[in-house]
Design a protein around this ligand. Structure first.
Ligand SMILES: [Zn+2]
Ligand SMILES: [Zn+2]
Length: 249
């Protein structure tokens, strides 16, 4: 084997291994990117330096189709606080019902693993929202952000706590749940990045400001009648400051 052959061989091996490693990384990215802790993708979701677009895949079980107005409110909330110049799209699809009326976190992750179709690609970050037909093991829970790009809404609980006497309208309640849980994915409160605003040390994962969207309780009481219709909660000053510090607006 002369030197020229060795050189050509070396080049081709280097090139092949390089290509191979790119393919491998893409696979790794696809398989593991959405398996991180809540808050880990706050910057990727808020800023546009890595991902210029956001896709939200909403899957729901029969009888629990998400409220159109709540989905629209979520989209507007995201356009208000994220930098996604290439757009935010939301896709909805029905999936088969779960036989279990009470779901554990493992059950929810198993449903996502079996059903989720949209994953983060080179330019677009993907978020998964699941509406279940059952309750969580903690049966007071309306929604839960459980992984860096995954949120669950407990359909049965939402239906039972809305559109009834002294209860809020479904669009109102669902809007609050969706925005609150996705707020956790955006890093609120103190979920991943260090707190930027003052006086937040012991707020845990929730905000101490009762008027803020990230307060720990989601109000399911509403005065009867349209005259007293409650305003949708917004992000308070401290949470807004955090979003800006993490790359949002
Ligand atoms: Zn919360
Ligand atoms: Zn707040």
């Amino acid at each position: 084997m002369n030197i020229k052959t060795v050189f050509v061989l070396f080049i081709s091996i280097a090139f092949m291994s390089c290509t191979k490693s790119i393919v491998f990384n893409e696979e790794l990215h696809k398989n593991n990117f959405h398996r991180q802790k809540v808050g880990k993708s706050s910057r990727d979701l808020l800023a546009c330096d890595k991902y210029g677009a956001l896709k939200i895949e909403v899957q729901y079980m029969p009888g629990f189709k998400p409220d159109e107005e709540a989905i629209l409110n979520l989209k507007n909330f995201l356009y208000d606080h994220l930098h996604k110049p290439d757009g935010i799209t939301i896709e909805m699809k029905q999936i088969k019902a779960s036989k279990d009326s009470i779901l554990s976190l493992n059950d929810i992750v198993a449903i996502e693993t079996a059903s989720r179709k949209k994953f983060t690609t080179a330019k677009e970050i993907a978020v998964y929202v699941l509406y279940t037909n059952g309750l969580f093991i903690d049966d007071k829970m309306l929604g839960y952000a459980y992984l860096n790009t995954s949120v669950v809404v407990f359909g049965k609980n939402v239906w039972e706590n809305s559109n009834a006497y002294k209860k809020p309208g479904r669009s109102h309640l669902e809007t609050k749940i969706l925005q609150h849980e996705i707020g956790h994915l955006l890093g609120l409160v103190n979920v991943d990045a260090p707190p930027q605003a003052k006086g937040k040390k012991d707020r845990g994962k929730h905000c101490s400001n009762k008027q803020c969207l990230m307060y720990h309780l989601i109000d399911t009481e509403a005065p009867p009648g349209v005259l007293f219709k409650k305003e949708l909660p917004k992000l308070g000053k401290e949470c807004l400051q955090d979003l800006v510090a993490y790359g949002g607006q």
